[in-house]
Design a protein around this ligand. Structure first.
Ligand code: HDL
Ligand code: ZN
Length: 441
């Protein structure tokens, strides 16, 4: 390993840091990706039969109908010209053709989600300038889903893919109940997600009771025990490495006497169990669901969250560890300062509407200035397999740029860094900070 200091010139320094960051494997800590065992609508070659309700999404038509692009195409072909219901009645390919025509062929694809499709095609060895979608479709159809995962992980430099396994999603739950081996693909790491448990206790209690758990609307010791048994059963079934919730901007936690049913369940059932099991809790706060329901999954928006609730939870539950990402740009500085106050808080990612170069740069720079290298700068949130390629390529470039600037500042201060030290820092940011936090180190 080279202990040589980095090159003196700014350009050479930047190139060296970029190379090292590009070479550093990343553990992608939050995605919506799945292995083929969860079924896939695009069969490709091999023994995988097409499963229309399959959860593993991949290929050019899924890339182009990513809900980010659905929202964007209605900006240029508004619903007053092309009704929402008419778009949703199109086939997946017809939707992709519509998006390709209006966002790529008839306008320059300068948005991050558009550019991402092109970066992905190029890095997979296709010609991104090829205007005929059927040429791309033919290539994807020739891929074997399982082998394609390995290739995408290699090209994107992702060593482990963390899933989102929503126990309240019927499609997902039924697959786990019928196949106990779903969590055994070593490339994919399960996470137990249960928004409804904390956000809609009435509905959750009814469902848990229907699934045979001794849970009633009134939250008493019997119900708390029933919720714990439900969580234990699903943590064991999935092998989850952390548990997760997404919460609205209005989420508020006032402390140990908070009367909200979801918060009572959170503090009396969820957090004590996770502390016993040494599992972190991920909180993703700031989503305003269905702001425009006619856009379906593309219709969610953003709101500023209450960061003091995060601080209160970190203070009240020192034996729990909290992975937190906030959706509002305005919350980022307060989250970073809160992370300076609580070592059981790991801020992560530039989530969703923040996953754009200008904001990744701003947030990463601010976090590094406040937290050094003690945070997880990014997650992909990928929903379509090949998005790993562009999301990590784009983010690595920015993270490396910020690091190079900081190393240049250190050199000016008389502290030149070595290649080994850059490699160590990059591994902390892209893998070890999260891996160690999950392990409770
Ligand atoms: O709730 C979440 O995990 C969000 O990431 C949503 O899935 C959102 O729709 C998304 O895909 N963001 O990138
Ligand atoms: Zn997500």
């Amino acid at each position: 390993m080279s202990s040589a200091t980095l090159p003196a010139t700014a350009c050479e320094l930047r190139n060296s840091v970029q190379r090292i960051v590009n070479e550093t494997p990343v553990w992608d800590l939050h995605t919506h990706l799945y292995p083929p065992t969860f079924g896939t609508p695009l069969a490709g070659t091999g023994r995988q039969a097409a499963d229309p309700r399959g959860l593993m999404l991949w290929g050019i038509d899924e890339l182009l109908t990513y809900h980010y692009l659905v929202a964007e195409v209605f900006r240029v072909v508004p619903s007053r010209r092309f009704a929402y219901k008419d778009f949703w009645n199109l086939s997946k390919q017809e939707q992709a053709d519509h998006i390709w025509k209006h966002l790529f062929l008839e306008r320059s694809p300068v948005s991050e989600a558009c550019r991402g499709v092109l970066t992905t095609l190029k890095m997979l060895g296709l010609d991104p300038a090829e205007r005929d979608l059927n040429v791309h479709r033919a290539w994807f159809a020739e891929q074997n889903a399982d082998e394609h995962i390995n290739r995408v992980m290699e090209v994107s430099g992702v060593s482990r893919i963390t899933m989102t396994n929503d126990v309240f999603d019927d499609n997902e739950r039924e697959r786990w109940l019928s196949d106990g081996s779903l969590g055994t693909d070593s490339r994919f790491v399960p996470v137990l997600r249960f928004d409804k448990l904390l956000c809609d206790w009435q509905a959750a209690a009814k469902q848990l009771a229907g699934w045979g758990f001794s849970v009633g609307l009134t939250i008493n010791q019997k119900t708390i025990a029933g919720v714990r048994r439900f969580l234990e059963e699903w943590i064991d079934r999935t092998g989850a490495v952390y548990c997760a919730v997404s919460l609205p901007p209005t989420y508020y936690y006032s402390g140990s006497d908070d009367p909200d049913p979801g918060n009572i369940i959170f503090r009396q059932a969820v957090l004590p169990l996770l502390a016993e099991r040494n599992l972190p809790m991920a909180m993703m706060i700031g989503v305003t669901r269905a702001t425009n329901p006619r856009l379906k999954v593309a219709g969610d928006s953003v709101g500023q969250a209450d960061v003091s609730s995060v601080a209160q939870l970190c203070a009240d539950f020192p034996n729990n560890r909290f992975l937190v990402t906030l959706l509002s740009r305005e919350n980022q500085h307060e989250l970073a300062v809160t992370a300076r106050k609580f070592d059981n808080l790991m801020p992560f990612g530039c989530w969703w509407f923040l996953n754009n170069p200008s904001l990744i740069e701003e947030i990463t720079r601010m976090r590094m200035e406040l937290l050094g290298t003690s945070f997880a700068p990014q997650h992909s949130d990928a929903r379509v397999l090949e998005q790993l390629v562009y999301k990590w390529s784009h983010s690595r470039t920015i993270i490396a740029n910020v690091l190079a600037d900081k190393y240049a500042d250190l050199a000016t201060a008389g502290w030149p860094v070595s290649e080994d030290e850059v490699r160590r820092d990059a591994k902390l940011l892209l893998h070890d900070n999260f891996a160690d936090f999950v392990a409770g180190k």
